[in-house]
Design a binder for this molecule. Structure first.
Ligand code: ADP
Ligand code: MG
Length: 543
């Protein structure tokens, strides 16, 4: 301490000079080259262009040049277009609820022009001369007549030359270029009939001629094998329509090429849709990541595109509905596909199995106290008893909308938890109770467990195991609810190695075939394998 009063460094509050305000605000709309490219492509599409060419240098930092064949601007329009909050797309504040164009805030051109050396050349009428406008740091330096075919060329050089801190914050040219290319691709997918050509540092990055369909456009952009394997999804409802492509569950990998979500052709990030997609795939994909591209179309009045400054996020009027709609659509496609690969659809399978009820009543056979064999019309099936029971418990836990039935323990069990386990317990106590485990705080970090879910096989070891793994539940990508049900199903399921009676085996079969997804356990491992007589005949050379 120097003995000075702490206020000696105080400076008076002053308004920022308008020029600084303009630059700072601009930096928010246009945070990096890819953001500028996004705005410029949107403008071209809004202007009705079907031919968009981009030239980039230095990852867009040194040059972004975009030429479109849209309807262009008059000289007056051009001058206004670079002013802040000038837009041709919105008349009144009320129109905000019905935005059908990409732009409507009138900020993009002004922002880009405020932080670059900017040129706009445009022509709205092939016969007459066009207009050239030069802007530097937001100030119009020159306006002149210039030749240009119908359409517009915007050039932004030296992005952030007057915001050096932001310029130095940008990543390598390569990285920035990759973000730009991702941006261009996302629009190219939504607008397959528009030509897109991109040249970066003199090299052609892509040249996408007009395509007949989204699938065709996807083929030009992404891994052929991924796209060729895409399953179609196409569902409609009075409120929403969902169209797009999903990777087959078996094609999900540890990384993905594309996970695209579009609302009214606007590429967005939507956590709700992403979670719904994973939920729809369910546990069959385990921790793998499926590729997908989904187009959701709805009345613009149901979408709020104004929640994010760059409109990368949108808010749908009813998230719960959106989640259920998407998850269900994905589930249907995936389930149909999965049953097809097992050889029959679940319902058919069940029928052929039930049809032999009399014969199979005593027809279950347990191998090594772990696998159950049973004859069905077309051959036989082998069930992994632990995986099967996990599946049954998992679906019972997920289905119960309120309280899962409990079974009391003969002797309550005391457990001493460590700090992370106790924290997870406290956080999830209500959910755990709903799923059938009554656990009360006792003293310190000790809890007393009095009930387990009815129908589960949980002793002290399993209950302890459950609480030991509890901290991992909150990081389950499918959400806490699913994570909890998965863990509980795993701990509560019949062990591999446990001997089962005929009635127990029969009950397991019946309950398994009543499941929505009987073919796999909640972690994605198979629960049933089916071997047909055809296959046996082939292997014994009985053709
Ligand atoms: P917004 O798109 O939100 O309206 P912008 O700053 O992006 O705001 O653009 C301002 C206006 O300039 C637009 O409303 C449009 O009238 C005009 N404009 C911008 N880019 C183009 C273009 N490529 N072709 C024709 N008009 C354009
Ligand atoms: Mg715009």
């Amino acid at each position: 301490m120097t003995g000075e009063t702490p206020t000696s460094g105080r400076k008076p509050v002053r308004e920022l000079p308008p020029d600084a305000v303009r630059r700072i605000a601009a930096g928010e709309v246009v945070a990096r080259p890819a953001a500028a490219v996004k705005e410029l492509i949107e403008n071209a599409i809004d202007a009705g262009a079907d031919d968009i060419r981009l030239e980039l240098r230095g990852g867009g930092k040194d040059l972004i040049k975009i030429t479109d064949n849209g309807w262009g601007m008059t000289r007056d329009d051009a001058r206004l277009a670079v002013a802040r909050y000038a837009t041709s797309k919105l008349g009144t504040a009320d129109d905000l609820r019905h935005v059908a164009t990409f732009g409507f805030r009138g900020e993009a051109l002004a922002s880009i022009a405020a932080v670059s050396r900017f040129t706009l050349v445009t022509n709205h009428n092939e016969a007459g001369p066009g207009t050239k406008l030069e802007v530097e740091g937001g100030d119009i330096r020159a306006i002149a007549e210039a030749a240009h075919p119908r359409g517009t060329t915007v050039t932004a050089r030296m992005l952030f030359y007057n915001l050096p801190a932001r310029r130095s914050f940008l990543k390598s040219d390569n990285y920035e270029l990759r973000l730009i290319i991702e941006t261009i691709r996302s629009y190219a997918v939504a607008f397959p009939s528009t030509r897109f050509e991109t040249v970066a540092d003199g090299r052609v990055v892509h040249s996408l001629p007009p395509s007949q369909s989204r699938r065709e456009r996807l083929l030009e952009i992404y891994d052929r094998k991924v796209v060729e394997g895409f399953l179609d999804v196409d569902v409609r409802n009075p409120m929403l329509s969902l169209h797009g492509f999903l990777a087959e569950p078996s094609q999900a990998r540890s990384y993905f090429d594309v996970q695209g979500v579009y609302f009214n052709r606007r590429p967005v990030t939507s956590r709700v849709v992403l979670r719904a997609v994973y939920d729809g795939y369910g546990p069959v994909i385990g921790s793998q990541r499926p590729d997908f591209v989904l187009f959701i179309d709805t009345d613009p009045s149901r979408l709020d595109v104004n929640v994010h400054p760059t409109k990368q996020e949108v808010r749908f009027a009813d998230d719960r509905f959106l989640f259920d709609f998407v998850a269900e659509a994905v589930r249907k496609v995936v389930r149909t596909r999965q049953s097809a690969t097992v050889g029959a659809d679940a319902a058919l399978f069940q029928e052929s199995f039930a049809g032999e009820g009399a014969e199979t009543a005593h027809g279950f056979w347990q191998l090594h106290n772990g696998y159950i064999f049973a004859q069905v019309t077309s051959g036989y099936v082998i069930v992994d008893q632990h995986a099967a029971h996990e599946r049954i418990l998992f679906e019972e836990l997920m289905r119960a909308s309120r309280q899962v039935p409990q079974q009391g323990l003969l002797f309550p069990i005391n457990l001493e938890l460590n700090a992370p386990q106790y924290e997870a317990y406290e956080q999830l106590a209500a959910r755990i109770a709903r799923m059938g485990i009554d656990a009360k705080a006792f003293s310190g970090r000790t809890i007393v467990v009095e009930t387990v879910p009815a129908g589960s096989y949980m002793g002290k070891d399993e209950i302890r195991g459950f609480f030991e793994e509890l901290p991992s539940v909150s990081s389950d990508r499918a959400g806490v609810e699913v994570g909890l049900a998965r863990l509980l199903a795993c701990k509560g399921a019949i062990k591999f190695g446990q001997r089962l009676s005929q009635p127990e085996m029969e009950s397991l079969f019946n309950r398994l075939f009543a499941c929505q997804e009987p073919y796999s356990c909640p972690h994605g491992r198979p629960a049933i394998i089916r071997i047909t007589t055809d296959e046996l005949n082939r292997r014994f050379d009985r053709t």
